[in-house]
Unconditional design. Structure first.
Lengths: 306, 569
């Protein structure tokens, strides 16, 4: 298990090197001169040229790439071009907020999505099943910026229960995390339903029933555990996406997270900031996937890490 | 200009204040007098007294809570966070709204476009290149540094620093810099006679910075500027909020507000809902279509002022088709400008009457509605005079049977409804028989194409803000024949010897009446030559909670005067 972990971490290194390369190279493909954009519409030509030099944009791609790799290894993600603060500091402020939002949303998905799926699966074709299926379809189809605004109108403006937007208290977390969780709850509920229904048809369920196991223990010990692997896989992907910054949710609720930081970096052609964001997100994805792989063993003792 | 020879900026020791040691008090009780009776270690237990203490504590708490409630905080929502709060590196409105509360220029223009003193009490031209300011005395920066001539010089020199020039340097024209006359007198010096010098000194970017703070903080200054303004910086949480608090010692009197919070709410709908839910008190750049509803609601007010920006359709005079003035006139007749303002902008803009906004010094009505009323038939006649004829498909064709096609590079995502307007223009021109092909790009690409040495389009739309509120700022760079891209802004390659001469004379003159007359002549000429068709003028508007009093919208988008604002329940 330990050697597996080490090996997985080593595999991540070339992956991250590749990410750095793609990020560095992609700037050459983006239209628009970053120096002219940063300096604004009325900057003189000489000032633009000066900034290009300062940013190293006048140097060839490979030189820039090697420099970036060396710096990143030393933990230096550079300075943001926009506000001149270290990129690491900015990410240190932003990432926890996104983690907070994503964590709450994933918790909601777990405690709402899975029971809903189970409830539907154990009574296929019933009213409960039909209602859950229709509602989850609706949850999937509604765009978050729309649900977000509807929630705001109902819960903040009309009922006055929650703040409209922003960060600060736990109340601020309610609307954005529910909005962010909703489509995932729908996905996980549908996913749980179909995998559990599949497991229900397995021989060992019939055997277990024949042995006289209570329905309750059948459900939790035999069905859910076997259905968990695909669910965890999808959940991991969802978490990765949410940690990557839910741009729309963050924008609607004025949540100053990674998603908006990414958009800000793109619009301001803030190269170092963008590189930092992409690299951290790549690491997050690698980390989440590793956790997902490791958790398989928890649910299925047949999984061996070697 | 050579700005390398910088004088010694500031002696850092100047700000060190010597605090004299306090003399020992003669009434100090002697330390330990032997034989004095020792007081009992604890007073006697008195339950009533304890109760009284608790009661007193409760009263104090209640009072504190009362004070807490009485804190007047103005919360302002706007769509974007600034990039920096250093005026030398942030020249956009979201930055200026914040730093102009903290940093003050020597003089400013008020909402009526009159010049007012801020850190200067008096100013006059002593010759045609030298503007003398008498500085306000007894002012200190938020960090305690005294304000004086050296701070002013430090600020301007900082923007002229060769290694990291301030972004507004290029806006300042032929300005040489600040010369110190005495501790409270400075001269703003131009390299050549320069009429716009006075308005240049009102730009919010020239806000005087605390030299001690700027030296100490370096790059960090942009994260927490230190000035003399009515509010001082407290905290900036990126993309969330910037908090300022009242400067108790402000020379102009303490502001009514205790705190100002600038919140970033990027989504338009959420911004307006925050106002309706009472979470914010003011929305800058509100949704135009929401304004009539808010105006009708007694819980809200709307404050607006015509601005200094003009959105226009420009012609590239180097391109054959539009080099013919009759074609340009035809385009002007083909566009229903009033309909664009009413139907597309919904109150977010006003009908433009000149290439510069009405509040700008030197403005003159170009009488465009009289000269070029909406008249598609007249447009077709003009095109026929220019040698085109009606083709079978309704489009005008030249003598070779080629369809009259104009290529348009529209502003996109930069100005209010710019893309929608581009699509409307295409339709208007189609009705007059002109085929318009447009390339819609994201802003960066559009901007790069606009600034290219040659413009590969017949038409280009764009908003130009006369940031200094002086006609020179727009006219000189846009219409003098030698001011061509990429160095300057005459993208249309407009060349008229008279206009060149008038604009140069107006720039060199200090006589306001003479300058105004010259700019008037230029605008009359532009109405005839028609290198550009002004479409709409910017309208600076804010939506407010009815409890906010004393706010007056400013024609210059960058300026937000919060000093007199109060919250009254």
């Amino acid at each position: 298990m330990f050697s597996y972990l080490i090996r997985r971490i080593f595999i991540a290194v070339p992956l991250l090197l590749g990410v750095v390369f793609i990020v560095t190279a992609s700037f050459d493909l983006i239209p628009g001169d970053p120096a002219a954009l940063i300096l604004g519409e009325f900057a003189s030509e000489s000032a633009v040229a000066e900034l290009r030099e300062e940013l190293g944009l006048d140097r060839p791609l490979l030189v820039r790439y090697v420099d970036t790799v060396v710096n990143v290894v030393q933990g230096d993600l550079g300075r943001s071009l926009s506000d001149r603060r270290p990129v690491a500091t900015i990410l240190g402020e932003t990432f926890p907020l996104t983690a907070q939002l994503a964590g709450t949303a994933i918790a909601l998905v777990l405690i709402i999505g899975i029971p809903l799926g189970l409830a539907a699966a154990t009574r296929p074709g019933s009213t409960v099943d039909n209602v859950i299926r229709v509602v989850s379809l609706a949850g999937l189809s509604m765009p978050v910026f729309w649900t977000g605004l509807v929630f705001m109108v109902i819960f903040s403006v009309n009922l006055g229960w929650t703040p409209v937007s922003g960060v600060g208290t736990w109340q601020h977390l309610i609307l954005p995390s529910v909005t962010l969780a909703l489509p995932s709850i729908a996905v996980i509920a549908r996913m749980t339903r179909s995998t559990v229904l599949e497991v229900l048809r397995e021989d060992f369920i019939r055997t277990a029933r024949a042995k006289g196991i209570s329905e309750r223990s059948l459900l939790w010990k035999h069905m859910l555990r076997n259905a968990m692997i695909p669910i965890i896989t999808v959940l991991g992907l969802q978490l990765g996406q949410m940690l990557g910054g839910a741009v729309l949710t963050e924008t609607v609720f004025a949540w100053p997270g990674v998603g908006r930081l990414t958009v800000f970096a793109i619009f301001n052609r803030d190269y170092p900031l963008m590189q930092g964001v992409v690299m951290v997100l790549a690491m997050v994805y690698v980390g989440v996937n590793l956790l997902v792989d490791l958790s398989y063993g928890l649910f299925d003792p047949r999984v061996r890490y070697a | 200009m050579d700005v390398a020879e910088k004088e010694v900026l500031l002696d850092p020791n100047r700000t060190d204040r010597v605090v004299p040691a306090r003399p020992a008090s003669p009434h100090r009780p002697p330390a330990d007098v032997p034989g004095a009776p020792t007081p009992p270690p604890f007073p006697e237990e008195n339950p009533l007294r304890n109760l009284r203490t608790v009661f007193a504590a409760l009263v104090v708490l209640a009072l504190l809570a009362g004070v807490g409630l009485a804190q007047k905080t103005l919360t302002i929502a706007r769509p974007t966070d600034p990039v920096s709060l250093d005026p030398h590196f942030e020249t956009t409105a979201p930055g200026s709204w914040v730093f102009s509360q903290i940093l003050e220029p020597l003089i400013t223009v008020n909402q009526q476009m009159e010049i007012e003193g801020r850190l200067a009490t008096d100013w006059e031209f002593i010759d045609d290149t030298r503007l003398r300011f008498t500085l306000r005395q007894g002012v200190t920066f938020h960090d305690g540094t005294p304000f004086n001539a050296e701070a002013v010089k430090y600020t301007w020199d900082r923007a002229w620093d060769e290694d990291r020039p301030g972004r507004w340097k290029s806006l300042a024209g032929p300005v040489e810099g600040i010369e110190i006359v005495d501790e409270f007198t400075v001269d703003l010096v131009a390299r050549q006679p320069y009429g716009p010098l006075l308005l240049t000194a009102t730009m919010p970017y020239t806000g005087v910075v605390s030299p001690t703070a700027a030296e100490e903080m370096g790059d960090e200054f942009g994260r927490g500027p230190v000035g003399t303004g009515p509010f001082s910086f407290v905290e900036w949480r990126s993309n969330d909020r910037i908090t300022l608090e009242a400067n108790d010692d402000y020379w102009g009197g303490r502001p009514n507000l205790d705190r100002v919070v600038f919140r970033t709410i990027p989504e338009e709908g959420a911004r307006m809902l925050s106002l309706r839910a009472g979470e914010v008190d003011m929305v800058l750049m509100p949704t135009p279509s929401d304004l009539p509803g808010l105006e009708a609601d007694p819980n809200f007010t709307v404050e607006g002022a015509p601005g200094v920006g003009v959105f226009y359709l420009a012609f590239n005079l180097e391109r054959e088709a539009v080099s013919d003035v009759r074609v340009r006139q035809a385009v002007a007749h083909a566009i229903d400008r009033e309909l664009i303002v009413e139907a597309i902008l919904e109150g977010g803009g006003v009908l433009a009457t000149s290439v510069i906004g009405e509040p700008v010094f030197g403005y003159k009505d170009m009488r465009l509605l009289e000269r070029y009323p909406y008249d598609p038939e007249r447009a077709r006649e003009l095109l026929e005079e220019a040698g085109y004829s009606r083709g079978s498909d309704g489009f005008m064709v030249d003598e070779n049977g080629e369809r009259l096609t104009l290529e348009l590079l529209p502003s996109n995502g930069r100005s209010l409804k710019d893309r929608e307007i581009a699509e409307t223009l295409q339709e208007f021109l189609r009705q007059a028989g002109i085929d318009v092909e447009m390339d819609i790009f994201e802003w960066a690409t559009t901007f790069e194409l606009m600034r290219g040495a040659t413009l590969e389009y017949d038409l280009n739309s764009f908003t130009w803000f006369t940031t200094t509120a002086d006609a020179d700022y727009t006219m000189y760079s846009n219409y003098v024949s030698t001011e061509t891209p990429p160095e300057s802004w005459n993208r249309w390659r407009y060349a008229n010897d008279d206009v060149d001469e008038w604009l140069k004379a107006a720039r060199a003159s200090l006589d306001l009446d003479e300058r105004e007359e010259l700019y008037g002549m230029v605008q009359d000429q532009l109405a005839v030559d028609l290198p550009a068709i002004p479409l709409y003028g910017s309208y600076e508007v804010a939506a407010l909670d009815a409890s906010v009093e004393g706010f007056v919208a400013h024609p210059i988008q960058y300026l937000l005067n919060l000093h007199p604002v109060d919250i009254v329940d």
